[in-house]
Design a protein around this ligand. Structure first.
Ligand SMILES: NC(=O)c1ccc[n+]([C@@H]2O[C@H](COP(=O)([O-])OP(=O)(O)OC[C@H]3O[C@@H](n4cnc5c(N)ncnc54)[C@H](OP(=O)(O)O)[C@@H]3O)[C@@H](O)[C@H]2O)c1
Length: 279
């Protein structure tokens, strides 16, 4: 059943319906979109493995979300560190309490004229946005295929739908996630495993500010809450969508990115990014 109950039993986060997945591992679960996904999953009765660097925040969240019917484990790990990544891989491939939903959510970037942070700094974004998604998917897939039950939900970005000047590595790394997700989805079509990529736009977390955007200048209609994105992302995964763009404004931008001449799109993105960059 691909880790899900039939559509008629889909839960909406209210804890009334059976969970769509028995147990999920969420990376970057201690804030923003990852936390909102974890809260929604706990609300519908899905057991959780929460992954992020900060152990205290993870423990506080576990204290809030854990119930007798909703076991919550925490795994404090820096996913850019090989040894930490190995511990998370081991949890994903463990046969006890198997994971049916992997949410590759961790990610980030910084506005810059490439290579402002130097080659090592730029590589760091690839280690954050690309490597964990590849490594953790590889760790999860064999068991999911064996049980013919599993979902991988990759939180990508609208920045990956076209080249993104001043976020060149971020945009390219998210384009990688989109392409990778779609390829895996096709490979596993007959194995009972689905893969969904989600491409949010501006989402009310601390990330846009840390990335270097002047958040006060971003028009109100472009913003979505982390919970809105989380709800849409889980619904898209449950419906086995290949790629999901949350929100009408982002969907309009995605259609333009796909159909308008690339040169115009890239110039438009560059101009908008410059106008919203806090410098
Ligand atoms: N917010 C937006 O506007 C937006 C738009 C498009 C796409 N996205 C994508 O959505 C995803 C989530 O973004 P967000 O805005 O929710 O971010 P966020 O609020 O900054 O949360 C990031 C989460 O990842 C964890 N984390 C960061 N670095 C880590 C590392 N090296 N190892 C393990 N965990 C790490 C953080 O906890 P610790 O610091 O404790 O590790 C935190 O739990 C990202 O992939 C991002 O690219 C966001």
């Amino acid at each position: 059943m691909n880790g899900r109950h039939p559509p008629s039993h889909r839960g909406g986060g209210g804890g009334e319906s059976p969970p769509r997945w028995t147990r999920a591992l969420v990376t970057g679960a201690s804030s923003g979109i990852g936390e909102a996904i974890a809260r929604r999953l706990a609300g519908e009765g899905t057991g959780l493995v929460l992954v992020a660097r900060g152990a205290d925040r993870l423990e506080a969240l576990r204290g809030e979300l854990e119930r007798p019917t909703v076991p919550v484990e925490t795994l404090a790990a820096d996913l850019t560190e090989a040894s930490d990544l190995s511990r998370v891989e081991a949890r994903l491939s463990a046969s006890e309490h198997p994971i049916h939903l992997l949410v590759n959510n961790v990610g980030g970037g910084r506005l810059a004229v490439f290579p402002e942070s130097g080659p090592e700094g730029e590589e760091g974004w690839i280690r954050l946005n690309v490597v964990p998604t590849v490594r953790l998917s590889a760790a999860a897939l064999p068991r999911m295929r064996e049980s013919r039950r599993g979902t991988i939900l990759n939180i990508s970005s609208g920045a990956g739908l076209q080249p993104s000047p001043y976020a060149a590595v971020y945009g390219a790394s998210k384009a990688f996630v989109n392409s990778f997700s779609r390829a895996l989805r096709e490979e596993n079509r007959r194995a009972g495993v689905t893969v969904t990529a989600v491409c949010p736009g501006f989402t009310e977390t601390d990330l846009p500010r840390r990335t270097g955007f002047d958040v006060a200048k971003v028009p109100r209609f472009l913003w979505m809450s982390a919970d809105e994105v989380a709800r849409g992302a889980l619904e898209a995964a449950a419906r086995r969508r290949d790629l999901y763009v949350p929100g009408w404004a982002n969907q309009l931008a995605a259609v333009l990115a796909r159909h308008a001449p690339t040169g115009l799109v890239v110039a438009f993105v560059a101009r908008n990014t410059l106008s919203l960059w806090r410098r």
